[in-house]
Design a binder for this molecule. Structure first.
Ligand code: PEP
Length: 254
């Protein structure tokens, strides 16, 4: 099944927060506060064990997608503690984060592994949200483009050439994640321009223009609208502020 996304995407990454009971309580408050808008897609990435509770809570809402925060690239086998794209798909996840900076920096995920995860996701019918972003040191050393392109190339090299219509990209500067320091709209526009240009080299301008590129990094209700309005920003990937139903309802409506 294909899950092509053309509308602005507002995504919440709960990281290692909220068990099944917390997820049920979150959605009771969130669905009350967030007015359905057919012109945007809202996505949540709860912990995998909370996926079923989240699905039950949003059962009637076709405007909300649910995914997992990570997968292994193999389909099954002796990989204790891991879940595969096939298992996530069987559990009715429709999307998956790949290469979140916490996976890269805490768990040592490589560019090549992120590419393999994106390929596995696509093969199982999941939409991968491929994350890319530079550290502060890399930015200060003038390596923004080099790092973003290396990370994006690893994904594009790993996935089939015709998979661009199911790819979502997220620009998440490492220095902005969970720090309270967001990129400015101009910073985001510059980085999104770099990523979009590379997508266009590979897939052509028209196809590249249809691939959503989300910004993530200390998005809050107070900065969401400005970031969403920045050139080339097609959506927001939100960590901390997505844990709070009212805050995320505001962001999702920004
Ligand atoms: C994230 O986890 O992807 C993220 C952007 O976190 P935060 O919004 O807390 O910076």
């Amino acid at each position: 099944m294909s899950h092509r996304i053309r509308k602005p995407v507002l995504a919440g990454n709960w990281k290692m927060n909220k068990g099944p009971g917390d997820a049920t309580a979150f959605f009771a408050a969130f669905l009350n506060a967030y007015r359905r808008d057919e012109n945007r897609t809202v996505m949540f990435f709860p912990p995998a064990l909370s996926l079923a509770a989240a699905q039950a809570a949003i059962a009637e809402r076709g405007d909300i997608m649910l995914g997992v925060q990570n997968i292994h690239w193999e389909e099954n086998g002796a990989f204790t503690g891991e879940i595969s794209a096939a298992i996530a798909a069987q559990a009715n996840a429709t999307c998956v984060l790949a290469g979140h900076s916490e996976r890269r920096h805490i768990f040592g995920e490589t560019d090549e592994e992120v590419g393999r995860k994106c390929a596995a996701a696509l093969a199982a019918g999941l939409t991968p949200i491929a994350c890319a972003g530079e550290t502060l040191e890399q930015r200060e050393a003038g390596q923004l483009s080099e790092i973003l392109l290396r990370q994006l190339d690893a994904v594009m090299d790993a996935i089939p050439d015709d998979a661009d219509d199911r790819l979502v990209v997220a620009y998440e500067p490492v220095w902005a994640i969970g720090t309270g320091v967001n990129a400015t709209p101009a910073d985001a526009a510059e980085a999104h321009g770099v990523l979009r240009a590379r997508l266009a080299e590979r897939y052509g301008r028209r196809q590249a223009g249809a691939i959503p590129i989300l910004y993530g990094g200390s998005v809050k209700p107070g900065n969401a609208a400005d970031l969403l309005a920045a050139d080339g920003v097609d959506g927001l990937l939100v960590g901390g502020a997505s844990l709070e139903p009212l805050a995320f309802a505001k962001i999702a409506s920004a």
